[in-house]
Design a protein around this ligand. Structure first.
Ligand code: SAH
Length: 239
C-alpha cells in the first residue's frame, strides 16, 4: 500500500466514525445522515496537512487536536455537523469565524462556497492563508481580526459559522450581516461566568439562528458542545 492509499484509507475510516456518531446523536440532530455533499467534502480535504507535523499520525482520529497558541483543530464530527447545519449551496457567500489552521475553511471551500474567514491570532491566520492558497483553495480568503464584528465589506452572508463560543449572547453584528434566508451556526456559552483556561465545565450549546426572507429571526438549540472562547473586543487588524 502506498502512503497515499494509506492516508485515504484513514480518511475514509474517519468519515465512517463521523457517520456512526451522527447516527448516535440523531435525536439532537433531527436526522440520521448528513448531506452527502458534506461527507464528500470531508473525504477530499487532506486533514493531515492542517495539523502540526508532530501530530500527523493522529490527524484522522475523530477528536480535536492542539495546533499551538493554546488553540485546537476542531473534532471532525463537529466540523461535519456544523457544515451540514449551515446548508451551504455552491456559490454562496460564507463567513467563518475562528480560522485556526483553516480545516473548516477548506471543507466550506470544497462545497463551492466563497469563503471569508477571520482569525484573531495573527500567528495562526498567516499560515492558514498560505496553507489554503498552496492547496489551491482560491475561493477562500483569510484575514486577522475580531470576527465578532463580522466582515462588513463582504456582507451579507448566506451562512456564518462560528467555531469559538460566544459568551451569553450571539454577537449582534453577525445577525445583522446575515442575508435573508441565511443560517448562522454558533456555540453559545450560557455559563454565569465567562470561560477561563482550561475552559472546563462551561455550559455551551450549539445554536442555529436563521433569518427568513422578511428578516424575521428564528433560533434553535442543537446539542451541548465544548469550544474555546470567542475573544471579543480586540483590536481590528489588517489582513
Ligand atoms: N475552524 C477551526 C477551529 C479553530 S478553534 C478548525 O477548523 O479547526 C477556534 C479559533 O477561533 C481559534 O483559532 C481562536 O484563536 C479563534 N478565535 C477566538 N476568538 C476569535 C475572534 N473574536 N475572531 C476570530 N477568531 C477567533
Amino acid at each position: 500500500m502506498t502512503e497515499g492509499d494509506d492516508i485515504l484509507a484513514r480518511r475514509k475510516a474517519m468519515v465512517a466514525e463521523i457517520e456512526a456518531e451522527v447516527a448516535g446523536t440523531r435525536r439532537w440532530l433531527g436526522k440520521r445522515k448528513l448531506d452527502p455533499r458534506v461527507i464528500a467534502a470531508i473525504t477530499r480535504v487532506p486533514r493531515h496537512l492542517f495539523v502540526p507535523v508532530a501530530n500527523r499520525g493522529h490527524a484522522y482520529e475523530n477528536r480535536p487536536q492542539p495546533i499551538g497558541h493554546g488553540q485546537t483543530i476542531s473534532q471532525p464530527y463537529m466540523v461535519a455537523i456544523m457544515t451540514d447545519l449551515a446548508e451551504i449551496q455552491p456559490g454562496e457567500r460564507v463567513l467563518e469565524i475562528g480560522t485556526g489552521c483553516g480545516y473548516q475553511t477548506a471543507v466550506l471551500a470544497e462545497l463551492g462556497a466563497q469563503v471569508y474567514s477571520i482569525e484573531v491570532v495573527g500567528e495562526l491566520a498567516g499560515p492558514a492563508a498560505v496553507r489554503l492558497r498552496d492547496l489551491g483553495y482560491a475561493n477562500a480568503e483569510v484575514k486577522c481580526g475580531d470576527g465578532a464584528r463580522g466582515w462588513a465589506e463582504h456582507a451579507p452572508f448566506d451562512a456564518i459559522i462560528v467555531t469559538a463560543a460566544a459568551w451569553q449572547r450571539v454577537p449582534p453584528a453577525l445577525i445583522a450581516q446575515l442575508a435573508p434566508g441565511g443560517r448562522l451556526v454558533i456555540p453559545v456559552d450560557r455559563s454565569v461566568k465567562a470561560a477561563r483556561y482550561p475552559f472546563f465545565d462551561q455550559d455551551q450549546e450549539l445554536m442555529v439562528i436563521s433569518k427568513d426572507e422578511e428578516g424575521r429571526i428564528a433560533e434553535r438549540d442543537v446539542l451541548p458542545v465544548a469550544f474555546v472562547p470567542l475573544v471579543e473586543g480586540g483590536p481590528e487588524t489588517a489582513a
